[in-house]
Design a protein around this ligand. Sequence first.
Ligand SMILES: Cc1ncc(COP(=O)(O)O)c(C=O)c1O
Length: 452
Amino acid sequence: MPFDELRSVVEKLESDIASGPIVPTVTPHEIRGYLASRYDFTKPLALDEVGADIEWMLRTWQVHVTHPRYFGLFNPSATLASVVADTLVAMYNPQLAAWRTSPAANEIERHTLAWLTGKFGLPAETIATFTSGGAEANLSAVIAALTRAFPDYGEGGLRRLAASPTIYLTGEAHHSFNKIAHMTGLGRRAIRTVATDGHLKMDLGDLARRVAEDRRGGLAPFMVVGTAGTTAAGAIDPLPDLARFCRAEELWFHVDAAWGGAAIISPRLRGHLAGIDAADSITCDAHKWFSVPMGAGMFFCRHPEAVREAFHAETSYMPAKTAGAVFDPYTTSVQWSRRFIGLKLFLALAQHGESGYIEMIEHQARMGDVLREALKGAGWRVVNTTPLPLVCFTRDGLDTAKFLAALYQRQIAWMSEVRLGGGAPVLRACITSFRTTESDIQWVVREMSRLT
Ligand SMILES: Cc1ncc(COP(=O)(O)O)c(C=O)c1O
């Protein structure tokens, strides 16, 4: 593959995006009219022509999440190596369902996941797979936990259980768990919302009270989800306390570190994830802070037998199992046909090395500090507490919706609004690009002051 040509295409795109608008103004009607007028698929079109048109549409009608001033929802800028990787994957189209079909790709994924398993401090027998994203990894965790806690669940289903299983998390945990409760048949009411403290971390006392109360009420608590880097505010639940509580109460301890998990490789930040090594399972997304294109989630579980039991499948039409210490991902994960998701993390890690990755992650953490201080200096009130680069802030009398509309209209930056702990809306800005510089941040904060 001509890597140099691809590099110059990607670098040109990056600089075009960085100097262009961040937020589009377009209506669904406009896009649908454009597509209908050009693409009725009745006659073939030249690839060059269509490709150029698609690029024009993507440039014009998209929030540019790779823009250095996109301070958004954990969507990263992608490293060149990871773009190369996704291109290679599309070209070779390896099928990873069975080891035998794609030995190289399967072993590259296993090798990459083993590296991160070690960083998390999980045991060597941990089973890990790449997933479409964090939601699938969280789903995998709930299914594995149910399978381990309730041996009848797999064959007989929830209706065979004597008591209704319940999961404990805070209102700040990711909402994928509500969908998962729906999808697994647990029901959305199986999600028990635990109170948070003043820093939006799970309140251990309330957790203990709720678990005891539910047991007395005839329910069957089986799982606690601690979040390491909540979506709205970047809060990290008290992982060591949760680990101890779960061990004592025989509950599955899942850590949703979809975004924050990457901090484990940073000497400066990893202390904030202390306790994650005691997790029964972990979610971590490569397509968040590891800066690779979507979708690249990861699921880690220290109980291989629970994972094998949860996802086992025997068919005559799949390639026979390969002898030895290998597993076929279609028998250990939600997916069947399986894209070579892990190459983008492998290639980026190989190119940048661990030290390059640490620098990228710590740079973003530093930019988070710069943003926090610059906002405070400009009179904003920071309302969240996190060592991660995510700042929630407000000002008396601020109309967040109006403010954001003006911010987008002037193409200053992309940020969002959130309600923390169900309170009034505040602004949320997260450093998601390794390209964001201190001068980007100072410029944005200065321009924001002119809007209020
Ligand atoms: C804490 C957390 N968990 C899970 C998810 C879901 O991940 P994905 O969007 O990759 O499915 C997110 C998404 O932002 C998240 O922030």
